[in-house]
Design a protein around this ligand. Structure first.
Ligand SMILES: Nc1ncnc2c1ncn2[C@@H]1O[C@H](COP(=O)(O)OP(=O)(O)O)[C@@H](O)[C@H]1O
Ligand SMILES: [Mg+2]
Length: 270
């Protein structure tokens, strides 16, 4: 079911805008019309096909358990059995995605990139310590929210979340440019999130993924190989951080966000 501006969803949420059209559902900016949240703005996602339902259920089941300042929170969810429709209602992230931010602003300073990184490391630490792997870390899935005069960055889109040790993957579902090389071989670990986070850091500093190419096929091939050329014009500390997070052999990489955070603190990067 698609909605347009002015429509009222579930007799409760007025559609103010259509803000995203992801793989699994349309996302709307809505305002609650009644009740205890009257006037409050939310993001509302609706599964747009049966296939999407599976992913959105998984996202809802995970998100409902999480409470962390750097994870987009799920305010509520609703399943309409008669129509087989699932609605997820999230806190509204008014600053948009990290992807839009870098596209508009251009590359970030090392200082700012490290600030964003530290927020997402905190979110990952929360997930990794509980045995979860996000498996779809990329700038589009990192959201900003204005809080007083700063921006708080939060991790969102848990459609591909998995639990450590679950059966290995048969098909690669992440986004080319941000996937750890072992994932192409059907293996995924918490350290695969660390590699993707390294790609996000690279993106903030250069405006590009580490695996650019003329065609999708070429980008995919480079990503699969996982060989990264570290940019020259960065501080030594930043170059070291990039090469340690973008280590192609996952056994030599930081194993978890906890290990990465320890390193960041030890090196006085955060
Ligand atoms: N909580 C939110 N606040 C603001 N915008 C959001 C929110 N959640 C999603 N969006 C917008 O919708 C897009 C798709 O949402 P996402 O959760 O990433 O789903 P998909 O799995 O479809 O990629 C995002 O890239 C963003 O533009
Ligand atoms: Mg997404």
């Amino acid at each position: 079911m698609d909605f347009k501006k002015g429509d009222v969803i579930l007799d409760y949420y007025e559609v103010l805008d259509i803000i995203g059209e992801g793989n699994f559902g349309k996302v709307y900016k809505v305002r609650a019309l009644r009740g205890r949240y009257k006037g409050k703005i939310f993001a509302l996602k609706v599964a747009n096909n049966p296939y999407a339902l599976e992913y959105m259920w998984k996202e809802a089941q995970a998100l409902i358990l999480f409470r962390h300042p750097n994870i987009v929170s799920l305010q509520s969810y609703l399943y309409r059995k008669d129509k087989n429709e699932l609605y997820l209602i999230y806190e509204y992230m008014d600053f948009g995605t990290l992807k839009d931010y870098v596209e508009e602003k251009g590359t970030l300073s090392e200082e700012e990139a490290l600030r964003v990184l530290s927020h997402i490391v905190n979110a990952l630490e929360y997930l990794h310590s509980r045995g979860y792997i996000h498996s779809d870390l990329k700038p589009e899935n990192i959201f900003g929210k204005k809080v007083l005069n700063t921006i708080v960055w939060k991790l969102g889109d848990f459609g591909l979340i998995r639990i450590r040790g679950e059966a290995s993957i048969l098909d690669v579902k992440g986004t080319v440019g941000f996937i750890a090389p072992e994932v192409f071989r059907g293996e995924i670990h918490r350290s695969s999130d660390i590699f993707s986070l390294g790609c996000v850091l690279y993106y903030m500093l250069t405006g590009k993924t580490p695996f650019e190419g003329e065609t999708t096929l070429e980008r995919k091939k480079k990503n699969r190989e996982g060989l990264v050329k570290i940019p020259e014009n960065l501080s030594d500390k930043m170059k070291n951080l990039l090469s340690k997070t973008l280590e192609r052999d996952y056994q030599k990489r930081f194993r978890t966000a906890m290990e990465l955070k320890e390193y960041l603190i030890k090196e006085r990067l955060i």
